[in-house]
Design a protein around this ligand. Structure first.
Ligand code: SIN
Ligand code: FE2
Length: 204
């Protein structure tokens, strides 16, 4: 484990190739019943470049009309989200350092050209619990800074199987994904990156 900044822990190669393949199978099963949809920014309705779905009791969604929120059902199918796979619950128990289980797992799919602007994760009532993030597939350039948008940022490449935890002082750190490096992993059939983020939403 490497401490990247106060409260930002990095576990390179946390998952083996075999575990990554198994996690990918779990993601494929989830996407079958809970398909990736196109999220849109609040108010402007501008589409994000990332495709999203969720698993867990609650999922993070966004659209033009209702903005950022957590809800128990898929915005397109209106069905409940599938359960969080046991490998991810095990991960949370191992690195989360938090007594309650995660309620939400956001699944982000990045095609070659997708990125995610610098932001804080602050739609959760619970800011005591960490955010635990898993990378699968192509390498990305991940940027993180402090709790103010203008704080100096650092960048690291995250590759398939890596885990990052934003907790404690790092829980509200600004972060984003500047770019994907297509063809840097053979895990996915085509290029692209999947990011899984586990969160506790409700206050304890
Ligand atoms: C996110 O902040 O929701 C995603 C971060 C990532 O893709 O690594
Ligand atoms: Fe985030």
């Amino acid at each position: 484990m490497l401490l990247l900044a106060p409260g930002i822990r990095y576990f390179p190669d946390y998952f083996s190739q075999q575990q990554q393949a198994s996690l990918l199978d779990d993601v494929r099963a989830i996407v079958t019943t809970s398909p990736l949809y196109v999220p849109a920014m609040p108010k402007t309705g501008k589409e994000m470049s990332v495709r999203m779905t969720n698993c867990g009791a609650l999922g993070w969604v966004t659209d033009k009309e209702r903005g950022y929120r957590y809800q128990a059902t898929h915005p397109v199918t209106d069905r409940p989200w599938p359960a969080i796979p046991s490998m991810l619950l095990d991960l949370w128990n191992s690195v989360g350092d938090y007594p309650q289980s995660p309620e939400a797992c956001l699944i982000n799919f990045y095609s070659e050209a997708a990125k995610m602007g610098l932001h804080q994760d602050r739609d959760e009532q619970n800011l005591q619990a960490p955010v635990v993030s898993v990378s699968l597939g192509d390498t990305c350039l991940f940027r993180f800074g402090g709790t103010n948008r203008n704080d100096r940022t650092q960048s690291i490449k995250l590759s398939s199987g890596d885990v990052v935890v934003l907790g404690g002082e790092g829980r509200l750190a600004f972060h984003g994904v500047d770019r994907i490096y297509p063809g840097t992993s053979t895990l996915l059939k085509n290029s692209g990156r999947i990011n899984l983020t586990l969160r506790r939403v409700t206050a304890s």
